[in-house]
Ligand binder design. Structure first.
Ligand SMILES: Nc1nc2c(ncn2[C@@H]2O[C@H](COP(=O)(O)OP(=O)(O)OP(=O)(O)O)[C@@H](O)[C@H]2O)c(=O)[nH]1
Ligand SMILES: [Mg+2]
Length: 585
């Protein structure tokens, strides 16, 4: 299916033309038929001689209803520009064309209607000249009369050629369905309609509302009035939502594939149109079917920062337009450059930002985005419409290669500085390094570790982070001195004499080089297993005194050592305070 919108001045015969082509009534409201004027969007469809289906979004021409017109045109890639032979080019012909141009619509036809009332030649020439200067460029033109039927077969053939030129739909993309109508059907509940430009909808899908983020569930789908299990882009579609009250949504909201879009109320854009310095402070941004008040801040050149009255699910490269509703004036077309721009706090920040934006063109540029953001989650970029093939540094973190190398160098510096300041600690804690480097995730710090850095137990050191060198030497001396009496703990002053003050003892214990039994009571770490072997040779159960003698040590050591072995489950304390070694069986 293809979707084409009408455009043109009030009363120039848009709805009559759609009716003649489709046999369907685009003016749905009684008031529209009574007044002979379209107020809101209308929808109708037909089969082309080529076999394809074409759906029309029929828009109102009256100047009061331009916002409705924009909601219909926003998500549609092609337009039928309608001009009446007997009236020629008129103000809303111009405003509608300005809107199509601002949105970058590049596919269309010129239809000169009411050709039975006047020679279509002059109106056609006039309109073609206007179109030629816009994104539509040179288009086919057809003169028709809905009264006599003249030109309608030619128009059908031209429509076949037009839709043949439209870009192929991308059905594998996430869904962003801009809602253009919302209503209630008794017995079914809330129904929304829209032009599905990309992606695929299925009954049962879970989607999210763009405005509030709240989840919704697809209960039923209609395409061209018929129920379907799934609908792929491009299509006009009606979606019945399960359990979502009608007042939760409306035109300008969107149904989104959950988690796939970044919603933003702050964006940087390029404006093609009026000089940015002369814009009013508040304008309306039209994108998709949405119309949202926007505070306008010129940055420099043709770039602006927009602060929206409510967040929208926008992608880099989206086309939108800015309009001044008071003056009935399309200020220009907007290309979204950045949907997550940095704050402009410092003086001169706006000018600096404008300089950055000069290099942006709204085409997703992953390498450039990484250069500017330096470190960002891949999912975050995808949600902004920026995809590409770059391997993450860890998890889904993407890094600018230059920045990543520099972080690696800084990490070595920080670890070295830490080792200087804390010579007895086995390396710097990852969390402390994360803070020093200002990184958002510890996994990034760990991913930066490469020789000569080593990571062990949540700390990063240079070389072996286990045991600081002076402590290792002192522990060695203890080992030599106590080899013959492995259960005799050195007294505090003996430890000090061996170079093990309280801080060094702490470092050795943390590194597992000494076993602490109690304050100032340390043994070598293998002493515990050795003790179990000695105790196992005693008649079971044994007393504290028997253990002390067998281990050739004092109560000062024996009491906490046995308690440690109890805790480890190597020995068991009996009710009469005797113990037994817990056998391997
Ligand atoms: N004679 C003649 N009258 C036409 C033709 N097409 C439309 N009309 C008449 O022109 C008037 C306006 O037609 P519409 O189709 O309502 O015009 P429109 O462009 O949809 O108007 P809006 O929706 O209000 O912008 C109606 O009275 C139509 O009958 C035509 O080809 N020949
Ligand atoms: Mg109409």
């Amino acid at each position: 299916m293809h979707v084409v919108a009408t455009a043109g001045h009030v009363d120039h015969g848009k709805s009559t033309l759609v009716r003649a082509l489709t046999g369907m009534e685009p003016d749905r409201w009684a008031e529209e038929r009574r007044r002979g004027m379209t107020i809101d969007l209308g929808f109708a469809w037909t089969t082309l001689p080529t076999g394809g289906t074409i759906a029309f979004v029929d828009v109102p021409g009256h100047e009061r209803f331009v916002p409705n017109m924009l909601a219909g045109v926003g998500p549609v890639p092609a337009a039928l520009v309608v001009v009446a032979a007997d009236e020629g080019w008129m103000p809303q012909s111009a405003e509608h064309l300005a809107a199509l141009h601002a949105l970058g619509v590049s596919h269309g036809l010129l239809v000169v209607t009411r050709a039975d009332l006047a020679d279509p030649g002059p109106a056609s020439a006039q309109a073609r000249a206007q179109l030629a200067a816009t994104s539509l460029g040179t288009v086919e033109s057809v003169a028709v009369s809905a009264v006599t039927g003249v030109g309608l077969p030619d128009l059908r053939a031209a429509l076949g050629r037009l839709v043949g030129r439209l870009p192929a739909p991308q059905a594998d993309r996430p869904v962003r369905l801009w809602i253009d109508r919302a209503f209630t059907i008794r017995g079914s509940g809330t129904v929304v309609t829209g032009t599905l430009g990309g992606g695929r909808l299925r009954v049962g899908d879970r989607l999210a509302l763009a405005t509030t983020g709240e989840p919704v569930r697809v209960r039923g789908l209609h395409r061209l009035g018929a129920a379907e299990q799934q609908v792929a882009a491009v299509a006009r579609v009606a979606v019945n939502l399960r359990g979502t009250p009608r007042d939760r949504l409306g035109r300008g909201d969107a149904l989104l594939t959950p988690g796939e879009f970044h919603r933003t109320d702050l964006l940087d854009v390029r404006l093609a149109g009026d000089p940015v310095g002369e814009l009013p402070a508040t304008l309306t941004l039209h994108v998709g079917s949405a119309a949202v008040p926007a505070r306008v801040r010129p940055l420099g050149g043709d770039t602006l920062r927009l602060r929206l009255a409510r967040p929208l699910p926008l992608l880099v490269g989206d086309r939108a337009l800015l309009r001044d509703p008071g003056r009935h004036h399309v200020c220009g077309g907007v290309t979204v450059l950045d949907v997550a721009p940095p704050p402009l706090a410092r003086r001169g920040a706006a000018a600096a930002r404008a300089a950055v934006l000069t290099g942006l063109h709204g085409r997703p540029d992953l390498a450039g985005e990484l250069r500017r953001r330096r470190l960002v989650r891949a999912g975050e970029l995808t949600r902004m419409g920026i995809t590409g093939d770059v391997a993450p540094v860890v998890g889904d973190w993407l890094a600018d290669p230059g920045h990543w190398r520099q972080l690696g160098v800084r990490l070595v510096e920080e670890v070295t500085a830490w080792a200087g300041a804390h010579p007895l600690e086995p390396g710097a804690p990852v969390e402390a390094l994360r803070q020093r480097l200002g990184l958002p995730d510890r996994a990034l710090v760990e991913a930066l570790v490469r020789p000569p850095l080593t990571l062990r137990a949540g700390r990063i050191g240079v070389g072996d982070p286990g045991l600081p060198e002076p402590v290792a030497r002192a522990v060695d001396r203890v080992r030599r001195e106590y080899a013959a009496h492995p259960f005799r703990a050195p007294e505090a002053d003996r430890l000090t004499a061996l170079g093990l003050g309280p801080r060094e003892v702490g470092a050795a214990v943390r590194a597992g080089a000494l076993l602490r039994l109690a304050e100032n009571v340390v043994l070598l770490p293998d002493a515990a297993d050795a003790a179990v072997r000695v105790l196992a040779r005693l008649p079971q159960p044994f007393t504290l005194s028997a253990a002390r003698q067998a281990l050739d040590t004092t109560r000062r050591v024996a009491v906490p050592l046995l308690e440690l072995l109890d805790r480890r489950g190597a020995t068991r304390r009996l009710p009469d305070d005797a113990r037994e070694v817990v056998g391997p069986g």
